[in-house]
Design a protein around this ligand. Structure first.
Ligand code: ZN
Length: 548
C-alpha cells in the first residue's frame, strides 16, 4: 500500500514538473499519431511505423535533456512547430504527412497558392488555433521553470538515435547499394518528429536542385496541339501506372493461379501478351510511357512535357493520384506529376487508399473532361506490405523463401485486380464514354531459375515484359470502336509501352506534332516494336520474347 502511494505521489510530481513538455510533445507527435490511427485500414502497422514513432520519442527525449532551460530550447524550435502545423493540416485534410512529395508541390506549384487560402481557410484556422494553444500553454508553463537535469539520459537518447539510423542505413545498403541513394532513402524514410522535417526538406532540396535545369527546360517546352478531332466523344481518361507487375503471374495472361478473377470477367478489355518496358527501372519507364519521344532519346523525354500537359492543353482537367512517395528512386516523376492541376499523395498506404478521392473526382463537375493519372505501388517489394489481410488468399506451398514471396506476390496481383476492376466499375457507373490504360512500369524477377535473381533492373525475360491492357466503355463512338478493333490485332504482336501515349492520343482525337502513327497501336501504320530499352547507362536496341 505504502509503495503504490509512493509511486502515485512520484508520478504526480513528474506530471507537475513536466506537463508543459507533455503538452508540447503531444502537439509535435499529433500528425504522426493521427495519421497512423486514421489510416490503419489502408496501411500496415509494420516495423516502419514503430521506427518512426521510436525515433520521434528519442528525439523528444534528447531535446528534453539537452538543457534544463527548456523554455529557451522550445523557443528556438519555433520553426519546427510551424512546420508541424502544416504537417497536421495535411494529415487532417489529405491524410498524408508533410513529406518530400508535398514540399515538392509547394516548390513547383506556388502560383496556385492564391486559390488555396479561400478553399481551406477553415481547417487552416483550426490548426493555427491548436498550434497557438499548445505552443502558448507549453511555453508559459516552461517559463522560469527549473527542470530535472540528466546528461546520462541525453547521451543515451543520442546513442539510441545513432543506432536507429545506423540500423536503417545498414538495411537499405543491403537492399540497394552503398552510396548517395542509400542516404537519400534514409532521409526519405525519416518521418520522425520534429527532426524528420529536416530530412524531408534536405531530400526535397537535393531532388529539386539536382534537376533544376531540367525542370526549367521542361517548363519552357511548349505543347503544340495540332488538331482536336470532333469524332472523339471520350470524356474520361484514366491512365493507371502499375509497379513491378509481370504478366507471368496474371491469370489474364495464362498463369495457372486465379490471380485476376475480376479483370478476367470484365468486358471491353484489350490485352497485350507481348508488351515490353523501355527500361526495367521505375524512374525511366514511367516518364517514357507518358512521353511521345522514343527511349533512344532519353534527353528529349526528360526535357519535354508529358502526356499530362498535352491533355491539360487540350482542355482536360488533369489529376495525379500517387501511392508512391517522392524520393530519389522516382527520378523526374515528380516533375511529371507537377504538370497536373491537381495532385494528391497517399504514401505508405495500400493502393486502395486513393479510391475515395478517385470517386470524388469522377463525380464532380459533370461537364468537365478529365484525365486522371494514377501511380500505384502495385507489386513493389516487399510484396506482403501491398495488400490488406483480406487479400492474403494464396498461401506458400512450402516454407521456402521462394514460395513465400511468390504467394505474397500473387496476393499483390489479386489486390491490383480488385483495384483495377473497381476503377473500371466506377467508370461504367459514371455512364461517360471512357477509356482506361493500364501498364506496369516493368516486370520482376522472382527467383525463377537457378540464379535465384530477385527484383528488377536486370534486363531479362522476367523484368522486361510487363502486364498491360486497354479498356474502353461500351458507349464510345463508332469511329472509336473501329480503332479498338485494331487493338485486337495487337494482342500477340510484339509491342512496347512507348506506344501507349501515341495510341491514347489517336483514340481521344488529340494530336500534336510529335504523334507518330507507326507507334500507334490503333493505326494501320503501326510497326511492331523491337523492344529497345535502357539498361544501366546504356541503350539496348532490342529484346526478343521468342528467345525466352
Ligand atoms: Zn518500378
Amino acid at each position: 500500500m505504502k509503495n503504490s502511494a509512493k509511486i502515485i505521489d512520484g508520478l504526480l510530481k513528474i506530471l507537475k514538473a513536466e506537463w508543459p513538455n507533455l503538452v508540447l510533445w503531444s502537439y509535435l507527435l499529433s500528425p504522426l499519431v493521427v495519421r497512423t490511427l486514421t489510416s490503419y485500414q489502408y496501411s500496415k502497422i509494420d516495423l516502419l511505423v514503430f521506427y518512426t514513432l521510436g525515433m520521434s520519442v528519442l528525439w523528444l527525449l534528447a531535446i528534453r535533456f539537452i538543457s534544463s532551460n527548456q523554455f529557451k530550447v522550445h523557443l528556438i524550435l519555433l520553426p519546427f512547430y510551424l512546420v508541424a502545423a502544416i504537417d497536421l493540416f495535411l494529415v487532417l485534410n489529405f491524410n498524408s504527412r508533410l513529406t518530400a512529395a508535398y514540399l515538392f508541390i509547394g516548390l513547383t506549384n506556388f502560383q496556385e497558392a492564391s486559390e488555396f487560402l479561400p478553399t481551406y481557410w477553415r481547417p487552416i484556422s483550426i490548426v493555427l488555433m491548436i498550434f497557438i494553444l499548445c505552443y502558448g500553454a507549453g511555453l508559459i508553463g516552461l517559463h522560469k521553470r527549473k527542470l530535472y537535469k540528466s546528461k546520462g539520459v541525453f547521451v543515451l537518447a543520442i546513442s539510441a538515435l545513432i543506432a536507429g539510423y545506423g540500423a536503417y542505413f545498414y538495411k537499405t545498403v543491403q537492399l540497394n547499394s552503398f552510396g548517395k541513394s542509400a542516404v537519400m532513402d534514409l532521409l526519405a524514410k525519416d518521418q520522425s518528429t520534429p527532426v524528420g522535417y529536416l530530412s524531408q526538406i534536405t531530400l526535397t532540396a537535393n531532388l529539386y536542385f539536382g534537376t533544376e535545369k531540367l525542370i526549367k527546360r521542361r517548363r519552357e517546352s511548349d505543347v503544340k496541339i495540332t488538331s482536336l478531332s470532333d469524332q472523339s466523344t471520350i470524356e474520361t481518361i484514366v491512365f493507371v501506372i502499375g509497379e513491378s507487375s509481370r504478366p507471368h503471374n496474371w491469370s489474364l495472361y495464362g498463369y495457372d493461379k486465379d490471380t485476376t478473377p475480376n479483370l478476367g470477367k470484365q468486358a471491353g478489355i484489350f490485352k497485350f501478351n507481348q508488351i515490353c518496358t523501355t527500361a526495367p527501372y521505375t524512374s525511366f519507364a514511367v516518364p517514357s510511357m507518358l512521353s511521345l519521344e522514343p527511349i533512344s532519346d532519353w534527353d528529349s523525354i526528360a526535357s519535354t512535357k508529358s502526356l499530362v500537359s498535352i491533355y491539360r492543353a487540350a482542355g482536360y482537367m488533369t489529376y495525379w493520384l500517387s501511392v508512391q512517395e517522392v524520393d530519389s528512386f522516382g527520378g523526374i516523376i515528380p516533375q511529371i506529376a507537377a504538370e497536373a492541376q491537381y495532385r494528391q499523395y497517399f504514401e505508405r498506404s495500400y493502393d486502395g487508399a486513393l479510391m475515395s478521392e478517385y470517386e470524388k473526382i469522377l463525380n464532380k463537375n459533370e461537364t468537365e473532361k478529365k484525365a486522371i493519372f494514377i501511380h500505384v505501388k502495385g507489386s513493389h517489394f516487399e510484396y506482403s506490405r501491398r495488400y490488406p489481410e483480406s487479400f492474403d488468399q494464396f498461401k506458400p506451398a512450402t516454407s521456402s523463401f521462394k514460395d513465400k514471396i511468390t504467394a505474397e506476390y500473387d496476393n499483390s496481383i489479386l489486390y491490383t485486380d480488385w483495384l483495377l476492376s473497381t476503377i473500371i466499375d466506377q467508370l461504367k457507373s459514371s455512364k461517360k464514354p471512357s477509356v482506361l490504360f493500364y501498364s506496369s512500369d516493368h516486370g520482376e524477377n522472382m527467383m525463377d531459375d537457378s540464379r535465384g535473381l530477385l527484383g528488377h533492373g536486370i534486363g531479362n525475360k522476367y523484368d522486361l515484359p510487363v502486364s498491360a491492357f486497354i479498356w474502353a466503355s461500351e458507349n464510345v463512338s463508332n469511329q472509336q470502336s473501329l480503332k479498338f478493333l485494331k487493338l485486337k490485332e495487337r494482342e500477340s504482336q510484339k509491342i512496347s509501352i512507348s506506344s501507349l501515349p501515341h495510341t491514347l492520343l489517336n483514340i481521344t482525337g488529340v494530336f500534336t506534332n510529335r504523334y507518330k502513327s507507326s507507334d500507334d497501336l490503333s493505326s494501320d501504320d503501326f510497326v511492331s516494336s523491337k523492344c529497345p530499352h535502357l539498361l544501366g547507362a546504356g541503350y539496348v536496341p532490342s529484346f526478343d520474347f521468342d528467345a525466352l
